[in-house]
Write a protein that binds this ligand. Structure first.
Ligand code: GRF
Length: 187
């Protein structure tokens, strides 16, 4: 199938709250596939109940290139021309990234280029930052390093813990990601 930029595949590994927002807010794009490297990801059932095609396979213990290739075939078969990573916790290999170059977005819970990788909220608290936030960026081979297409800031408040700060950032993620994806598919 010829990939259509307005057809979106979402990749998840877990609860999928960003995935739900991307689906509920879909306007100028259509979510045609939700794929996961964890067959028990709660987001899969939610998507299936809404009639969206799902694909999953446990990536644990699998050769990276072999798993990536199966995932890529599922995406290509769906006709998706845009891929939105939403809490997808497996690193994608260089061949996969090249196959979908410039067509993949990710949401990351920090103000990139600050705090690439994991434990972003703890690191922002540890550093005593007054502001924290989230970024939507293009996925490239280097982790969390592609072009930032949208960002939202939140204040860090007195007495914040990782969970209070995470909740404040997540609320912004839910607002930011659908808007950024809508702009991305139209560009
Ligand atoms: C979000 O914080 C996102 O920024 C990060 O992983 C988390 C996924 O949460 N990449 P959810 O599965 O979308 O609820």
């Amino acid at each position: 199938m010829t990939p259509d930029p307005a057809k979106v595949a979402i990749l998840i590994s877990g609860r999928g709250s960003n995935m739900r927002r991307l689906i509920d807010a879909a306007d100028n794009y259509e979510v045609v596939l939700v794929a996961s490297n964890r067959p028990d990801a709660p987001g899969l059932d939610w998507a299936a109940e809404r009639g969206i095609a799902t694909w999953s396979e446990d990536s644990r213990g699998q050769d990276r290139a072999a798993f990536d290739d199966k995932l890529a075939v599922a995406i290509e078969t769906s006709g998706a021309g845009t891929i939105a990573l939403a809490g997808f916790m497996r690193i994608l290999g260089p061949d996969f990234i090249r196959r979908f170059e410039g067509r993949m977005l990710n949401i990351h819970p920090s103000l990139l280029p600050k705090y690439k990788g994991l434990d972003t909220h703890a690191r922002a608290l540890e550093a005593g930052d007054a502001v924290h936030g989230c970024s939507v960026h293009v996925v490239t081979e280097e982790l969390d390093a592609g072009e930032v297409v949208a960002q939202a800031e939140v204040p860090v408040k007195e007495g914040d813990t990782v969970s209070t700060l995470e909740a404040r950032v997540l609320a912004e993620e839910h607002r930011l990601y659908p808007a950024a994806l809508a702009r991305f598919v139209a560009r």
